[in-house]
Design a protein around this ligand. Structure first.
Ligand SMILES: NC(=O)c1ccc[n+]([C@@H]2O[C@H](COP(=O)([O-])OP(=O)(O)OC[C@H]3O[C@@H](n4cnc5c(N)ncnc54)[C@H](OP(=O)(O)O)[C@@H]3O)[C@@H](O)[C@H]2O)c1
Length: 343
């Protein structure tokens, strides 16, 4: 009898606690879905410029926005890959879409001097740019000591200055038209830095700060700013990453291979744009906790990062005595050894 009473009291406590917590969450979720369904149609005909559209997240974004009826401008360095994406878009969405041919504009983000001309070209095609998605970027693998300054500068040029230059070239048009949306694909590493990624983390932190600073400045002109911070995503990012000497890393890290599908990330970005969200964090509990810990308990965060760096170095040293062999690099600079996985 007493046992049954205890059980009933337990259930009563749980339900009184759960309902007030879960009800607002469920209501918010349902409201978000309702708003999404209502607002998605507004994307039709919008001009969207996507950088890094030749592969990975950018390619998936191109599919999402094209499918939603947008006029897409695909940009990156590799023209052939951009043309492949354009042809895929037309093939994949032939029945659902539409009148607008995707446009290809080649652009090297590290060549900031060429950016105004590329923007002029984009403007001359559709007359405006409603949504700019700053997605193009590259990653890095290497210790501070082994990374040449030129590599630090290259990463900053592509991941930060290229995006800043493109934003500055497009922003006046958005302000003049009193409408626009700027999206920056950053990373969890734009919020918390991890060892052996100093240049990459720094470039993403800079991008985050630039956007946070710009957002309240441009809001009065009805220009919205969204920063997307994904964890690992299944793309070629680690393969295309550069090592400290500037050579291609060329390895598909297990963490990257096991990350989110790019299509999922692209869908969340589209939803975030529709709902005018300021931040989109796409990560599991570990990285989310790391962001909190960095602010609330920095010493604990630094201690965990120290452990992580030590373990990576120890793993590398146990493999080989030479820390600069490629085998060592793969281990030394991989993300496998941490409990707080971020990207
Ligand atoms: N994959 C992940 O785990 C992950 C996680 C968090 C954030 N991100 C971010 O997501 C974004 C997209 O990366 P991804 O994962 O899709 O990797 P990806 O498949 O390697 O794509 C990178 C894209 O950036 C373009 N790009 C690189 N250097 C460029 C340059 N100098 N000028 C113009 N375009 C350039 C590439 O095109 P071209 O080579 O044709 O120029 C490519 O389209 C990056 O900003 C990355 O930091 C990725």
């Amino acid at each position: 009898m007493i046992k049954r009473m205890n059980w009933q009291i337990f259930l009563w406590i749980i339900s009184t606690l759960c309902i007030p917590v879960s009800l607002p969450i469920v209501t918010m979720h349902l409201y978000r879905r309702y708003r999404l369904r209502q607002l998605k149609g507004q994307l039709k005909g919008k001009v969207v410029l996507i950088t890094g559209a030749s592969s990975g997240i950018g390619e998936a974004l191109a599919h999402q926005f094209f499918k939603a009826g947008c006029r897409v401008i695909l940009s990156a360095r590799r023209q052939k890959e951009l043309e492949r994406v354009r042809d895929d878009l037309l093939r994949a969405h032939a029945t659902t879409t539409p009148a607008h041919q995707p446009v290809v504009i080649t652009l090297d983000l590290s060549d900031v001097a060429s950016i105004p001309a590329a923007v002029e070209k984009a403007k001359s095609i559709f007359g405006c740019i409603d949504i700019l998605i700053n997605n193009g970027g590259m990653s890095q693998r290497g210790s501070v000591q082994s990374t040449k300054l030129e590599v630090d500068m290259q990463i900053m040029q592509v991941n930060y200055f290229g995006q800043v230059a493109l934003t500055k070239a497009i922003l006046p048009l958005m302000i003049q038209r009193k409408t626009g949306h700027i999206v920056a694909v950053s990373s969890i590493q734009g919020r918390v830095a991890i060892p052996f990624r100093s240049a990459y983390s720094a470039s993403k932190h800079a991008l985050q700060a630039f956007c946070d600073s710009m957002r309240p400045e441009v809001a009065q002109h009805n220009v919205h700013v969204t920063v997307v911070s994904p964890g690992y995503v299944q793309t070629s990012l680690s393969i295309n990453a550069v090592t400290g000497s500037g050579q291609k890393y060329g390895v598909m890290d297990d963490t990257t291979a096991g990350g989110y599908p790019p299509e999922y990330v692209a869908e969340q970005v589209l939803n975030g744009v529709v709902l005018q969200e300021k931040e989109i964090i796409l990560a599991t509990a570990g990285p989310r906790f790391a962001i909190l810990l960095r602010s609330l308990g920095p010493d604990i965060y630094f201690w965990i990062m120290q452990k992580r760096a030590n373990k990576m170095l120890a793993d590398a040293q146990s493999k080989t005595s030479s820390p600069e062999t490629s085998q060592t690099k793969t281990k030394l600079e991989s993300d496998d050894s941490s409990k707080l996985k971020t990207n």
